[in-house]
Write a new protein. Structure first.
Length: 484
């Protein structure tokens, strides 16, 4: 500030102070290199050069992160062209790097190197997604100003729905645990949790009610004026629903509403800056990793797992979730070697397979299909292959391009629809679509019928909550800031 004030002229500031610091740093670097070359020879010169290059790289990384953190104060991180493609690239980069090594007898060859040609499919999918996004742009720049979301939900009807959903949650949960027990308390949680598939209707009721309770209560806490006592009741309801989901032995059941709520809060309460985003994601990553480690090592034993992964025992619970990034990427790699050489294309039956859930009988999902195709027999569920796996198995590279193009159009259309009239319902739907895209890095763009069922259910609930259907005084519209 002192340099800028001293060097300003006619209201225009120069950057003499900053330029002086830059030239000093350059001079110091050159002096170090000349000294290393004069007194240490070529080897020391190269060592000093490598050190300086490393320092410059760290400074550039720090500068880039600072700029990105500042941008998140103005831009929308969860816009279609930002969060999803960024996470998509990071997922495949991490999944392609060999951080740890596991014997083939345990890993089923999933830690073999990822060949370069796999990135052809990755890049083709990303390009098709961007093309779909570009074809349907938002009608206005979301950075221009904050909009307001109309608060048109009736509070009386809201609490009636919460009570009804709570009853459905307790009844469905009680029925399931009476049939299969509480998986999280079992030594064989990884297997026992699969028993829920035999109770499809009750499972759908349980997830529909718990996910809606979590998201609706958090929406109320973040967006509606309320007393401290009511806020505590809401958080208690969220905690109870979360504990019930975790007791089923799986992390995905809780990760789905959590990620949706994460995006929802970004819009109805306060935008996340990059630093907070990274901090929260690291905490969630460590929690999911530790939870999966405790559950899975109940079967194989803690000592065996430590020997397989060849890492210090204290770090093992924290890096265990890396397997859930590596395995789907490696599975996708293996699929490209057997399809269509040994197994033909499925022509849409995998991507649209969840629609068959509405028909009687048992229907195989894509992860189980991949497990059978690759001939892997291991304890647990199926073998997901990222969002590209089902698309490739259905139509090869063309299937990836078409599927990612259509998803890009859906994301952009939903974002534009939300910007046009940002009601609570529309923001919730867009948050659900963003969650679906991010979760698909692991499994599929359309993994279960619940992906389609939840927005339809919320549409019905939203119509019930609208003021034209209510006659109480609490349904008077208000406005709530939305960071779109």
């Amino acid at each position: 500030m002192l340099f800028e004030g001293a060097c300003s002229m006619n209201g225009t500031k120069t950057h003499g102070g900053r330029a002086l610091v830059q030239w000093c740093l350059i001079t110091i670097c050159l002096t170090i290199l000349l000294a290393a070359a004069s007194f240490g020879g070529a080897s020391r010169f190269l060592g000093a050069l490598e050190l300086l290059i490393g320092l410059v790289a760290l400074l550039l990384l720090f500068w880039a992160l600072t700029k990105a953190n500042d941008w998140t104060k103005r831009g929308d991180f969860f816009a279609p062209a930002v969060a999803f493609p960024l996470g998509y690239v990071i997922w495949f980069v991490i999944g392609s790097v060999d951080f740890i090594h596991v014997p083939s007898s345990v890993s089923l060859g999933l830690f073999e190197p990822i060949p370069t040609y796999v990135w052809f499919y990755v890049v083709a999918g990303l390009a098709a997604y961007f093309l779909g996004v570009l074809l349907i742009r938002a009608s206005r720049d979301p950075q221009e100003s904050k909009t307001h979301c109309r608060d048109v939900w009736s509070r009386r009807r809201f609490w009636q729905i919460i009570v009804a959903l709570s009853v459905a949650m307790v009844v469905s949960y009680s029925y399931i645990v009476s049939q299969i027990g509480i998986p999280a308390l079992s030594q064989f949680a990884g297997e026992d949790r699969l028993g829920m598939a035999n109770h499809g209707v009750m499972q759908a009721v349980l997830f529909s009610s718990t996910w809606t309770i979590i998201l609706f209560l958090l929406t109320f806490v973040w967006a509606y004026p309320h007393t401290k006592a009511v806020g505590l009741v809401c958080w208690a309801g969220v905690m109870v629903a979360s504990v019930l989901l975790l007791s089923l032995g799986g992390r995905g059941q809780l990760f789905v509403p959590f990620l949706t709520a994460f995006v929802l809060r970004h819009y109805i309460k306060a935008r996340f800056r990059l630093a907070k985003l990274v901090s929260v994601l690291i905490v969630v990553f460590c929690f999911m990793s530790a939870f999966g480690y405790v559950r899975d090592t109940a079967l194989v034993g803690d000592n065996d797992a430590g020997e397989w992964f060849n890492v210090p025992a204290p770090l093992l619970p924290l890096i265990y979730a890396y397997l859930y990034i590596r395995y789907p990427v490696a599975t996708f790699r293996d699929l490209t070697t057997v399809i269509p050489k040994s197994v033909g294309f499925q022509y849409g039956t995998l991507t649209l397979g969840p629609l068959d859930t509405l028909l009687p009988g048992h229907h195989q999902q894509s992860d189980m299909f991949f497990k059978q195709v690759l001939g892997n027999d291991f304890v647990g569920a199926g073998q997901p292959a990222t969002l590209l796996g089902p698309l490739y198995a259905d139509g090869g590279a063309l299937g990836i391009v078409i599927g990612m193009f259509l998803f890009g159009m859906i994301m952009a259309a939903a974002y534009r629809w939300t910007l046009k009239e940002p009601t609570m319902f529309r923001v919730l739907i867009y948050a659900w679509i963003v969650q679906t895209g991010i979760f698909s890095y692991f499994s599929d763009l359309f993994p279960y019928i619940m992906t389609l069922w939840m927005p339809m259910m919320w549409l019905v609930l939203n119509q019930i909550l609208l003021p034209q259907r209510c006659d109480d005084a609490s349904s008077q519209p208000a406005t709530i800031p939305i960071a779109l």
